[in-house]
Design a protein around this ligand. Structure first.
Ligand SMILES: CC(C)(COP(=O)(O)OP(=O)(O)OC[C@H]1O[C@@H](n2cnc3c(N)ncnc32)[C@H](O)[C@@H]1OP(=O)(O)O)[C@@H](O)C(=O)NCCC(=O)NCCS
Length: 484
């Protein structure tokens, strides 16, 4: 089961040149590239070598870091495609294996290919028993994402073939093993954090059902997975699989560009996913809805979200790429209603607040003018809570799903690296001191670090205290994104 991703030579995308004129009068012709979706890019690869000039783009809002054939997003129209297939069709009509195979292999599988793929994924769901000892080393209240960062990185030590990234068969094996083992690792993180016995994977179940079984079954009694809930989870997994060059995927690619072990690269992706501005958002949405508490406090929440002096943001709203409804949010909204109806959860207070918040915010000029609409995380938290998934496992579940995208993107990057090795290494704009003489310890005095010697010790101490208080209050409000 070795398949290389279709390679599209960048040079073939170049149609014409753009001429850049520098302040010193120097002119440079830069290729103008047009991608498959007619988006245009300026190819600046020769800018620095031939002029010594770099571009400045913190947050990479205007920078394409790679070319890719995996996922396409049209943020204005609210379109998301995996290898050309609409995400709504994949979630509504396909299953987990279809999308996972598609991302990795470029095409939807035939029946025969799907059976082989299923066998590959299913037969490797167990993890080395020695790895399970790692979980015992964590504090009882460790966040499962902290545990996942550690144990997935540790997989590097248990999969010795993986270091041979020059070998296509070894690369594919790493990708498949990662997809197989991730739900097992995630479920063990949950079970051990609660002191519950570990449930081993049952290979007669499909991917989503197997995960629910490992999460919620008991060794002492029979546990039947509810097919409606398993299908809802499967849709969540499909919707979150890939999202082109987001923070965690870019992290995986960056780590991989140094030819690091693929399991370590995925661990770095998990770390990047954890934050509330990325994968941690669904956890933050639920906390926010709980903190709002009732519909009559929505105006207060909106006022705070608009107040530039207040770090509070409406969690589950806004996206770097989508400036309209996130297409995944549409599917998730439907799943949310299906699950609550199936479980006969009527008058769910958080859903009521969410619906009202969505209604008010999507008609509020502040949000409309900035293109801030609900993203996938806005509803996924409510669904996960209904499935019985605890809050601190929300982002872990996201990581289970995103693993399919991470490995597909890692594999594409690794193939490209075999053709043209290039470590990811951005430049910086340096704004610090230039060379200055070393100061012996006895001659040093405390001073504000960016006002060289002009601030008295007392002023500097007061400034440090004020800074640390501001930082602390920022951390408290950012971490929890709370309404208090
Ligand atoms: C996702 C997110 C990080 C994208 O950020 P970004 O592309 O860098 O957008 P910016 O931070 O530049 O925001 C643009 C403007 O919208 C505002 N804005 C963005 N998201 C906002 C939110 N959730 N609530 C209130 N205002 C928001 C910003 O304050 C800024 O306003 P300004 O132009 O008046 O300064 C951001 O929208 C966010 O923090 N959302 C909440 C977290 C979330 O749901 N993340 C999950 C993403 S799938």
């Amino acid at each position: 089961m070795v398949q290389e991703t279709k390679h599209v030579g960048i040079e073939s995308l170049s149609t014409e040149n753009a001429t850049l004129k520098l302040p010193n009068g120097q002119k440079i012709d830069l290729p103008f590239l047009t991608d498959a979706a007619n988006n245009q890019f300026l190819d600046i690869r020769k800018l620095q070598p031939s002029t010594g000039i770099c571009t400045y783009d913190p947050g990479y809002t205007s920078t394409g870091s790679c070319s890719s054939t995996i996922t396409y997003i049209d943020g204005k129209e609210g379109v998301l495609l995996y290898r050309g297939y609409n995400i709504e069709d994949l979630a509504e009509q396909g299953d987990f294996l279809d999308s996972a195979y598609l991302l990795l292999m470029n095409e939807l599988p035939t029946a025969e290919q799907k059976a082989t793929f299923e066998q590959e994924i299913t037969m490797h769901t167990l993890v080395h028993e020695q790895l399970i000892h790692f979980y015992k080393g964590f504090k009882h209240d460790a966040h499962p994402m902290a545990i996942m960062t550690g144990v997935v990185g540790a997989l590097s030590a248990f999969e010795p073939y993986a270091a041979d990234i020059a070998d296509p068969a070894s690369r594919m094996r790493s990708c498949l093993r990662m997809i197989s083992r991730m739900p097992t690792l995630a479920a063990i993180a949950y079970r051990t954090s609660r002191g519950y016995p570990i449930i081993y994977p049952r290979n007669d179940l499909d991917y989503a059902s197997r995960f629910l079984h490992m999460m919620f079954a008991w060794p002492t009694q029979k546990y039947d997975v509810d097919p409606v809930l398993a299908r809802a989870l499967e849709k969540i997994l499909i919707l979150h699989m890939d999202h082109e060059q987001n923070a965690s995927t870019s992290t995986v690619r960056t780590a991989g560009s140094s030819q690091a072990n693929p399991f370590a690269c995925i661990a770095s992706g998990i770390a990047a996913l954890w934050g509330p501005a990325h994968g941690g958002a669904n956890e933050a949405v639920l906390r926010m809805l709980e903190d709002i508490g009732s519909k009559d406090r929505i105006p207060e929440a909106l006022a705070r979200a608009k107040d530039k002096k207040d770090p509070f943001r409406l969690m589950g709203f806004g996206h770097r790429v989508y400036k309209t409804f996130d297409p995944r949010a549409k599917v998730m909204r439907k799943v949310c209603h299906e699950v609550l109806e199936h479980l006969q959860i009527k008058d769910d207070a958080l859903l009521d607040i969410a619906m009202e918040l969505e209604n008010v915010a999507t008609h509020d000029p502040y949000f409309v003018q900035r293109g801030l609409y609900p993203n996938v995380d806005f509803y996924s938290g409510i669904v996960l809570r209904a499935l019985g998934v605890p809050l601190d496992m929300f982002t872990v579940l996201f990581a289970v799903s995103r693993t399919c995208g991470w490995v597909a993107q890692w594999k594409e990057m690794a193939e490209e690296q075999q053709r043209t090795p290039k470590i990811s290494r951005p430049r910086q704009m340096y704004t610090g001191y230039m060379l200055r003489p070393y100061v012996p310890l006895g001659d040093r005095y405390a001073k504000d670090h960016d006002e060289a010697g002009t601030v008295s010790n007392q002023d500097a101490a007061a400034a440090r205290f004020a800074n640390s208080m501001a930082l602390e209050s920022r951390q408290v409000s950012c971490n929890a994104a709370r309404m208090v």
